[in-house]
Design a protein around this ligand. Sequence first.
Ligand code: BGC
Length: 253
Amino acid sequence: MEILGIDVGGSAIKGAPVNISVGELTAERHRIPMPSSSEPKVVADIVAEIVQHFAWQGPIGCAFPSVIKNGIVHTAANIDNSWVDVNGEKLLQDKTGFPTLLLNDADAAGIAEMKFGAGKDNLGTVIIHTFGTGIGSAIFVNGQLLANTEFGHMEIRCKDAEHRASAQNRIDEDLKWKTWAYRVNEFLERMESLFWPDLFIIGGGVSRKHERFLPLLQTRTKVVPAKMLNQAGIIGAAIAAGEHFQSSPIVKQ
Ligand code: BGC
């Protein structure tokens, strides 16, 4: 069964149809850079453009960089503030004409990694962090997701963790890999002392360059790169939508 997965990020909106039975893209990912404004109307137009690009007709799963409850956007750290309190799910649904599920981007990446990737079959406590414009978090215990955790905003050295250790910080502050890895390590050690996880999975765009920083980390807990690298958000959003709309005749095959 195929579902269109979309990942709204700070720097771009990406999408592709996903075969949710195997967790793989069935067409090349389409990426549209985020314009200077990320207001609801602008983002909805881009999502519609991605739907048209694939001539898509069917359900959509959309990963979004905010706390999402019942389709409503509750926070806006790396997206325009006017998203707060908007029913993003309804907005995208009305714009595209297709049933849409909206969920937090790190939760989506985590769902993909737990089902088909680096966390597959792990029934312990698994924490996935995505490092991009911000830092996303998803926690799984016994395969169950605790949704909408926001540990990227934990305070470290009097700052939001994601204002010290996001992938964007490395670029903006022109940090050496070693310096950035030290900050990432500090963040992971804090998570480790609070949750005692069995595994950390590191995702986000920077996970493509994992050889540059994973060997520098010194956590007690095993740390592995996301298997689906920066496609995890797209794949996880599609998987979550597939499960959500399972009872709908549109996705029955
Ligand atoms: C947001 C999270 C999001 C993360 C990664 C943070 O700034 O608060 O909801 O998961 O960025 O995009």
